[in-house]
Design a binder for this molecule. Structure first.
Ligand code: PLP
Length: 439
């Protein structure tokens, strides 16, 4: 029998995060303020604690994970490194398909890795409440639990189309004591402005971010928390790739292809960043970020400075972007509906160290169905993009006869996405063509 799960012992878990900023061939372009000048730490102090601002700007290669964060995070970690033997057999590929499964966290996705750290640092800094946005609801759930664990209140602005598609995500947040509000809302100036201009909008992450940032900036005892895009979020997610490396080392295997779906870039970064030094040292490693065709920032966006939110409240970040006013179509992979890509991921793409692919949603659901039937796990619609790409590479290997080792990040489960699977099974799911014409 083939080994299908490789486990780490508790004493083999990573105790430090890996910061890829230390190893970039050229430095990251700094965030810019309203005066077009690089912002200093002070500009972020209204919404982030000093400890996270320091991590945001750090070029230290390794950063210790505080003990209380480890204690909470290792309620569900280490996650096993899976091998999809049954999928391999169904495909008839000589490739070996490995996956890191992040759906084992209590909230069902990788988001809890950074939520735990962010709640901890904000509680340490004496804050009472965190505000945030959520697309599909995974991030809102993750922050709700983390805030509860560290004694903070939590206010979540949830993108309207997801709020309607996934009502049980709201209940989940409420179980852990968070307040969940449909965005755009009448709670903030940003929300009221959008409601007046576009009453029927499906909402977007960019709008919800404007609301959450405004809420935090206008309340002294509240800070803002972002579930992706920023450097410190990428940093916190590197436990995924570090664990994967340790598990591969145990079985003496090296991956040849790394794959992650990419919305803001954090689960992709978490998996692949710890392998970037190997790639820079000359190892033959193909690294693929997979985004939805309907929101293709890396494959069709421009590499330029842009705001992180719709209204323009945030500093401007150098990233691949479709423009901060871009409202993506209401595809089911709600967590991938963001107009920009993390500056660190954008930089690596710009340097040619990683490649990007855009996939249509029907093909992604087909891949997720094949995965569910062979491996049993029902993936999040976001993660289905990574499965699609992994299967495509495995089929290329079948054509060439190459027995490559493929590793993809299975960023979350799809247990709250049954309406999406229902639509797929009923043949009602459609691909969105030409979503970005005119951008
Ligand atoms: C939020 C989310 C994503 C997309 O966000 P990234 O920051 O790009 O990782 C992907 N998969 C799942 C399951 C998510 O919850």
């Amino acid at each position: 029998m083939e080994t299908t799960r490789i486990f780490l012992d508790q004493d083999e878990i990573p105790r430090r995060w890996y910061n890829v900023a230390a190893d970039l061939p050229e430095p990251l372009d700094p965030p810019l303020g309203p005066d077009d000048k690089p912002i200093g730490p002070d500009a972020l102090a209204a919404i982030f604690p000093a400890s996270l601002i320091e991590q945001e700007m750090s070029t230290d290669r390794w950063i210790d994970i505080p003990e209380p964060v480890l204690e909470k995070m290792y309620l569900w970690r280490p996650s096993a490194l899976g091998r999809a033997v049954h999928l391999e057999r169904a495909l008839g590929t000589p490739a070996r398909i490995y996956f890191k499964y992040e759906g084992v966290s209590p909230t069902g996705s990788h988001k809890s890795n950074t939520a735990t750290a962010q709640a901890y640092y904000n509680a340490q800094a004496g804050l009472k409440r965190l505000t945030t946005e959520t697309g599909a609801g995974q991030w809102g759930s993750a922050l709700a639990l983390a805030c509860h664990q560290f004694g903070l209140e939590c206010t979540v602005y949830m993108v309207r189309c997801s709020y309607q598609q996934k009502p049980f995500r709201k209940v989940m947040m409420q179980i852990w004591g968070a307040e969940c509000i449909s965005s755009p809302s009448d709670r903030t100036n940003s929300g009221r402005k959008i409601l007046a201009e576009q009453p029927d909008t499906s909402g977007s992450l960019g709008i919800a971010i404007s609301e959450a940032v405004e809420d935090a900036a206008t309340h002294d005892d509240a800070n803002y928390s972002l579930g992706s895009v920023l450097n410190h979020v990428m940093l916190h997610q590197t436990v995924i790739g570090l664990e994967a490396k340790a598990a591969f080392a145990k079985i003496g295997v090296q991956p040849d292809v790394l794959i992650g779906c990419a919305g803001g870039g954090s689960n992709f970064a978490g998996l692949v960043f710890p392998f970037i030094p190997d790639k820079l040292a000359g190892r033959d490693l193909r690294i693929i970020a997979v985004e939805p065709w309907a929101c293709p920032s890396l494959t069709q966006g421009r590499y330029e400075y842009d705001f992180g939110d719709v209204v323009g409240l945030t500093p401007r970040l150098k990233m691949y972007t479709l423009g901060h006013a871009f409202i993506p179509p209401a595809i089911h992979a709600g967590g991938l509906r963001y107009h920009g890509m993390a500056p660190l991921v954008s930089k690596l793409a710009n340097l040619g160290l990683i490649e990007a692919q855009a996939k249509h949603q029907v093909g992604c659901f087909e891949a997720a169905m094949q995965f569910a039937k062979t491996e049993g796990i029902i993936a999040a619609p976001e993660s289905s993009h990574a499965i699609r790409a992994a299967i495509d590479v495995a089929l290329e290997c079948k054509a060439t006869g190459e027995p490559k080792n493929i590793l993809f990040n299975l960023s979350g489960h799809g247990h709250f996405d049954m309406t999406a699977y229902q639509a797929y099974l009923a043949g009602e799911l459609k691909d969105i063509e030409n979503a970005v014409i005119g951008v």
